[in-house]
Design a protein around this ligand. Structure first.
Ligand code: SAH
Ligand code: SF4
Ligand code: F3S
Length: 472
């Protein structure tokens, strides 16, 4: 069955679940506990799932113990992410024993793998509902079946790759809004599970994205992030406008940027192989675009990049970084690094270190390679031990810390326009973020959250920047 569900069907199933829950709980408002793991794309899915739950009459709780419905929206990108979910789901057995009416559901990338779904079916009989990444819009229907059918529901069918535009959204955050522009991935990096669990790349209609951006800006969201596994290939795989106009990512960025308002526009993730000079020019010329480019390099050795199927060389990557800096001298570059890809030697790992020294990233997301069954890299020889890879990782972190410390010290005394994102409960200071994606902590009133302010960096302690608000 296709993923796309009409708005009328969705409404009908939401209403049906509402009635069933009312009868089941004698009129009490049902409570949902939901938790999302993984990337911002998954978080955005989670916000749509919560939107559907709200439409089905649920209120939300932070405590699984109080919930009538528990859902984990899972991630499969590394083994560690999966282990945590298995642990948490196992622990729910006791919660279910205390509350036999509780419904437990799992969705997201991890359960889209047949092997995992089978394990849940066999070993976790207290899980009532499992649904994959292609059928999110059928969640109300599947929950209705679970509540009324008297058996567990497992729905992992692959869809026709269409996009359901009708889903309600309950956003987690008043400051940062996620705006998906495309789904799936066709790049098949040899280590990565994402294309296997998220299906083929498909882009949303540009007019729908622009309408959602206008709504978010009108609602006062000051920070909007466009999401996709590879935003640079937006509109490459499918036509995205009914009037036949040609679109690409730089054009989308420019069109959103024309919407008036005080907001920062971000995007992720950019794949270096499709990151063009046209995009960097658009970034430099747009007035709302943050001067921050998350451009995952993964590693610095050409042999390993080839084995990873990344389709760029170290030299091409460095040239992109150079052009980005030429067009935006204040740009902040960040990256993802995988340490210990199968067959990577210590000498090759040193090429990653030399690359990060050359680029001088603002920050890095670093991962030790994790075997993902069903991917080509899982079949490669992997002679380096995990303990050895952990040593390399330490060396990587120390190298990056030295780069970050130098950058932090150089920033002392400089002024920046920041967005106040939230309160640090530990010391009541405010988390603020520069357009270049650097976090600065300032003392101030919590009412400032969600507003832009001017701050001066006063000190750098343990790689955390401290600042004070100053008038413009
Ligand atoms: N589409 C994005 C990345 C999505 S996954 C891109 O290509 O940039 C986020 C990060 O997880 C990847 O960039 C990679 O660094 C890491 N990752 C993915 N699969 C992994 C694996 N099997 N082991 C370790 N890290 C992995
Ligand atoms: Fe995974 Fe590569 Fe796709 Fe990123 S581009 S999601 S790393 S396959
Ligand atoms: Fe994880 Fe799926 Fe995102 S595997 S990183 S939640 S696309």
């Amino acid at each position: 069955m296709a993923e796309t569900v009409s708005a009328a069907d969705l409404q009908e199933y939401c209403q049906l679940v509402r009635s069933v829950m009312e009868a089941r709980l004698d009129g009490r408002t049902p409570l949902a506990f939901t938790h999302t793991y993984g990337c911002q794309g998954n978080v955005s899915d989670g916000e749509r799932i919560n939107g559907m739950l709200a439409q089905m009459g649920f209120a939300f709780t932070d405590s699984p113990e109080n919930a009538d419905f528990i859902l984990y929206n899972t991630c499969a990108v590394r083994e560690h992410a999966e282990d945590r979910v298995f642990g948490n789901v196992g622990a729910l057995k006791h919660v279910k024993n205390r509350n036999p009416k509780l419904i437990i559901a799992l969705c997201g990338c991890m359960v889209q793998q047949e092997k995992v779904a089978n394990r849940i079916y066999q070993s976790y009989p207290h899980v009532n509902l499992v649904f994959g990444t292609h059928v999110i819009s059928r969640f109300p229907e599947l929950l209705y079946k679970t509540l009324t059918g008297g058996k567990r529901v497992f729905e992992l069918s692959q869809a026709d790759n269409s996009i359901c535009e009708e889903l309600p959204v309950r956003r987690d955050n008043q400051v940062k809004a996620w705006l998906p522009i495309m789904y799936g991935c066709d790049n098949f990096c040899t280590y990565c599970i994402v294309p296997h669990v998220r299906g083929r790349e498909r882009s949303r209609d540009a007019s729908k994205i622009l309408a959602e951006a206008r709504d978010l800006i009108a609602a006062g969201y000051p920070d909007i992030t466009l999401l996709g596994q590879n935003v640079n290939s937006y509109a490459v795989k499918n036509a995205v406008s009914s009037d036949g106009e040609d679109w690409n990512f730089p054009k989308l960025l420019r069109e959103i940027d024309k919407i008036e308002g005080d907001y920062v526009l971000r995007f992720m993730t950019s794949h270096p192989k499709d990151c063009t000079e046209e995009l960097l020019t658009a970034m430099a010329e747009c007035q709302h675009t943050a001067h921050h480019l998350h451009l995952p390099v993964q590693c610095g050795s050409n042999r390993v990049l080839k084995a990873m199927n990344r389709h760029y060389t170290r030299e091409q990557y460095l040239e992109l970084a150079r052009i980005a800096r030429e067009k935006m001298p204040d740009i902040s570059l960040t990256s993802d690094i995988i340490v210990g890809f199968p067959g990577e030697t210590y000498e090759e790992f040193q090429e990653t270190l030399s690359l990060i020294r050359e680029v001088k990233y603002t920050s890095l997301f670093t991962f030790i390679y994790s075997v993902r069954e069903g991917t080509p890299a899982a079949k490669l020889d992997d002679p380096v031990t995990h303990a050895e890879k952990a040593k390399w990782m330490k060396e990587l972190l120390a190298t990056q810390e030295a780069i970050a410390a130098e950058r932090c010290n150089a920033m002392i005394g400089t002024r920046h326009r920041v967005l106040v994102e939230g309160v640090d409960a530990r010391d009541d200071s405010l988390f603020c973020r520069t357009g270049t994606n650097i976090v600065v902590k300032c003392m101030g009133q919590p009412e400032l959250v969600g507003q832009f302010a001017e701050c001066e960096i006063t000190s750098a302690k343990n790689w955390v920047l401290q600042g004070k608000f100053v008038s413009r």
